[in-house]
Ligand binder design. Structure first.
Ligand SMILES: NC(=O)c1ccc[n+]([C@@H]2O[C@H](COP(=O)([O-])OP(=O)(O)OC[C@H]3O[C@@H](n4cnc5c(N)ncnc54)[C@H](O)[C@@H]3O)[C@@H](O)[C@H]2O)c1
Length: 455
């Protein structure tokens, strides 16, 4: 592990931009970018991928396909193994390095390429001043620490959804992005899905009349938990468990705590409420025009938990109800995950479904004279969430899912979990971002921080 972990002042990209401006001021003639190729190596956004598992590995491949960027490094506390969502998949830093070098090797003259470093410690990526941006696809309990440190080191960030483990974590992320003038894309890729944009367009065009109710679905647990009395296991060779835990509370190793299955334990994630909800509730927030706000009440309706002592402690079946200050009611429940989000108005309804990987927007009863207006407020990304991030790193424009959007959408998920865990109704002030008059619920806004990882 390198000891060069001091934050970097500014980024390579800013340096290149500044030097280019300085050169342009001094140069007596204009050299067109095409002379070097718009995506010449020196123009590419350089990347480090942190967490290359079930999601990080395929997302890394999307970045490889984009010749406007180049992956220079990967990082994972797992050297390489199966044991992810699907046992056929082998992920981790060495398989990721091989993937990167194999991909770039195919287009090199010699047919081989070396030039992707594989690290165990993400700070070794942050300390490299030749890396512009990082992709964070670790479990949720790491998102905030890594994002804050990356921003301080001058890196732009693509961070997987849900933005953070707690509302407090997310507030720290918003602050770090803005104070350090960084670009952050939340991995809520439905923001770049034309079918979801169509839903938002229909809702915001007024075609449904007055909006009354929204239904968002989240999936069921798709893995079986070790029950009460489960026994710790030896940590496998090549897996840095202490670094996997990081800011989480100390706990004995079990394979079902870590790869993929972390999402069912509240120390590392928020169950399917944050896993799926970061997509379906994000659609609702967008459609309702609540990207800078949120509900004012979140109420427990139903939650089912596994027996005390089970390794998975997140609710298995859930239903919570949010109320917005305009009277719109949103029911979020464990249901048919194919139906992601339904918006109902006085005149009709619209819903987004996904069957396999195919999305549909289905509208019923709408006023055809208003529908399809492509209202100007509904921004259009380029329908490729990863490419949109790279474009924005270059242009310094806001991406499709900036940090505040990821924060506000995941906040609804976190408030739902707080209401479900306490079996209560929580009042929320979206302006001050505080829970109103409820100390027990407010205690969930932040987690006890492991001081060695304090950001
Ligand atoms: N956008 C989507 O649709 C989508 C889909 C799936 C998962 N996700 C998100 O992606 C994230 C990862 O989920 P997953 O299913 O890929 O989990 P995973 O367990 O399969 O992968 C996470 C990887 O991070 C590694 N890791 C853990 N701690 C690390 C550290 N300190 N440094 C470096 N690497 C570390 C793990 O070893 C693992 O390889 C989660 O936040 C999840 O919500 C998003």
């Amino acid at each position: 592990m390198s000891n060069q972990h001091a934050p970097q002042a500014g980024s390579r990209r800013e340096f290149l931009k500044t030097s280019a401006l300085a050169a342009a001021a001094a140069a007596p003639y204009f050299v067109p970018a095409s002379a070097f190729g718009a995506n010449a190596p020196s123009n590419r956004v350089t990347l480090g991928c942190i967490g290359v598992g079930n999601q990080g590995f395929p997302v890394m491949k999307r970045f490889l396909e984009n010749d406007a960027c180049q992956v220079l490094a990967v990082c994972d506390v797992n050297r390489g193994s199966s044991g992810y969502k699907d046992d056929k998949h082998v992920y981790g830093r060495e398989p990721a390095r091989e993937e990167v070098e194999g991909y770039y090797g195919k287009s090199s003259e010699s047919g081989s390429y070396k030039g992707c470093e594989a690290y165990n410690d993400f700070r070794d990526i942050l300390s490299r001043d030749d890396i512009d941006a990082v992709i964070i696809a670790t479990p949720d309990h790491w998102h905030s620490t890594m994002t804050v440190q990356a921003c301080k080191a001058g890196k732009d960030v693509y961070c997987e959804k849900p933005l953070g483990l707690t509302i407090g974590d997310q507030q720290a992320m918003v602050k770090a992005v803005r104070e350090n003038d960084r670009i952050l894309q939340t991995g809520s890729h439905e923001r770049s899905n034309p079918n979801v944009r169509r839903l938002v367009d229909i809702v915001q065009s007024g075609a449904l009349g007055e909006i009354k109710r929204v239904v968002c679905n989240v999936g069921r647990h798709n893995m079986i938990s070790p029950g009460p009395g489960w026994k710790p296991m030896p940590v496998p060779d090549g897996f840095d468990y202490a670094m996997w835990l990081g800011p989480a509370p100390d706990a004995p190793y079990h394979k079902d705590r870590c790869l993929y299955r972390f999402r069912f334990n509240y120390d590392y994630a928020g169950g399917q409420v944050t896993n799926f909800g970061a997509h379906s509730l994000d659609m609702a927030q967008w459609a309702l025009g609540m990207d800078k706000s949120g509900p004012v009440e979140v109420e427990h309706v139903y939650a089912d938990f596994l027996p005390e002592g089970s390794l998975f402690n997140a609710a298995t079946y859930t239903h919570f109800r949010c109320t917005y200050d305009n009277g719109v009611v949103l029911d979020c429940m464990t249901g048919v995950p194919e139906v992601r989000c339904i918006v109902e108005g006085t005149e009709g309804s619209v819903r987004v479904e996904n069957q396999g990987r195919n999305f549909f927007t289905i509208a019923e009863g709408i006023k055809s004279d208003v529908c399809g207006s492509e209202v100007p407020d509904v921004y259009v990304s380029n329908d490729d969430h990863q490419r949109n991030f790279i474009d924005c790193v270059k242009s310094r424009e806001e991406p499709a899912a900036p940090v505040e959007v990821g924060h506000r959408s995941a906040t609804v998920c976190h408030l739902g979990n707080i209401a479900l865990r306490l079996g209560t109704k929580v009042k929320w002030d979206p302006a001050s971002e505080q829970i109103v008059d409820n100390k027990e619920a407010s205690a969930f806004l932040n987690r006890p921080t492991n001081q060695s990882w304090n950001t």
